[in-house]
Design a protein around this ligand. Sequence first.
Ligand SMILES: O=C(CO)COP(=O)(O)O
Length: 250
Amino acid sequence: MRKPLVVGNWKMNGLRATNRPLLDSVREGVEAGVAAEVAVCPPFVYLADAASALQGSAVSWGAQNLSQHEAGAYTGEVAPSMLRDLGCRFVIVGHSERRTLYGETDSLVAEKVIAAQGAELTPILCVGESLEEREQDVTEQVVKRQLDAVLERIGVSALSKAVIAYEPIWAIGTGRTATPEQAQEVHGLIRSHVAAQSSSVAEELLILYGGSVKGNNATQLLSMPDIDGGLIGGASLNAEEFLTICQAAG
Ligand SMILES: O=C(CO)COP(=O)(O)O
């Protein structure tokens, strides 16, 4: 039985003055009655603040990226062990913004997944096609290629300690959500692709949907059989909106 998971990806947003009230409201709202697992991923510099606001609560926290290296002369990078040290449970890996704006390749993403798991962080591996790829009808090939790059390195059993997020790039921050049927189709593909290697891993695997999920479309998306929760960008910056999504998932 898969327990739904909703993760807020704050991206490069927030300041201390507004973070604390947001975190407090999310914490209170989740504890007042949300059945889904909930986590937030603030920018690195606010992870310690998130840890102190959320410590001992039902809300977990995580990072948006990590280094594939363990330690050393890598100016500006953040090591997996540092995230673990700050109590992170999750780390987003291979978000399309990292792939397209910072040149992260399938192979680097695979290394980051390995590094995350090595530090006992649960990687949230993001996959998804661009608008051009969807129009060329190669969504399935793109998503399988992104998944296989990781599966070939970690093996299917290690996927039991990871989460997948399907985020069609054309739906991110655009207000253009995939229809529940479009999203379900790709989620179903992902699950059956994993099931071809291990049906038990596929059965337990959490596959989140991300891309313009809001309070008013969450119920339809999250009620699809292979959509196990959401990776929420813009709407995670507003406590009321985020909590509405969390309730829809639970
Ligand atoms: O990229 C996303 C989450 O990682 C989705 O962002 P939006 O919810 O703002 O479209």
